[in-house]
Design a protein around this ligand. Structure first.
Ligand code: SAM
Length: 162
């Protein structure tokens, strides 16, 4: 498969998972955490799909298009190793949807970061909350969910909090 095909499949899977998650949390109170602003594409998409939700973004070097930039109250600037643990007390049990898209080309680094986030987020999650991520998290307390129709297995990882 060409790199272009692979990119398109990954982005399509991401969009389908975000759309399904946005529908699935309709009846659930809570905020959204977006880890990794990047160009702001998925943040912008979530804002469109979830116009009434507060969305908090975590990013070490924000540089998105101005249309995709959260206001200062909804943007935690810094490394998630610092900013995520610092958010635990304020948001304890209040996160209805967490989307993690922090990946870089460093696969071993991505794995270490995924392990750190897996350890850090449990106190944040509301009952019934969803976690969307690539790469996989290690969340024994959560139940892995089937992916939307048409999305290949292991393209994305979705977990539901008990
Ligand atoms: N979801 C974004 C979009 O749709 O445009 C793409 C996110 S991009 C793949 C990954 C982002 O995560 C980059 O902006 C990078 O700076 C950020 N990032 C990576 N590691 C981080 C860390 N440890 N702490 C904070 N931000 C990090």
């Amino acid at each position: 498969m060409s790199r272009l095909d692979s990119f398109i499949r990954r982005i399509t899977a991401q969009r389908e998972c975000l759309n399904e998650a946005a529908r699935a949390i309709e009846g659930l109170d809570g905020v959204v955490f977006e880890l990794g602003l990047g160009n702001g594409r998925t943040y912008h998409h979530l804002r469109e799909r979830l116009p009434d939700r507060e969305i908090f973004v975590f990013e070490r070097s924000p540089a998105a298009h101005p249309d995709c930039m959260p206001d200062a109250e909804h943007l935690f600037v810094g490394d998630v190793h610092d900013t995520l643990p610092a958010a635990v007390e304020r948001f304890r049990g209040q996160v209805a949807l967490l989307h993690c898209d922090l990946g870089t080309g460093d696969l071993a680094g991505n794995r270490r970061l995924a392990d750190f986030i897996s350890e850090t987020i449990p106190p944040l999650m509301a009952p019934g909350a969803l976690v969307l991520t690539d790469p996989a998290f290690d969340l024994p307390q959560a139940e892995r969910q089937a992916l939307p129709d048409g999305v290949e297995p292991d393209r994305y990882y979705v977990y539901r909090w008990p």
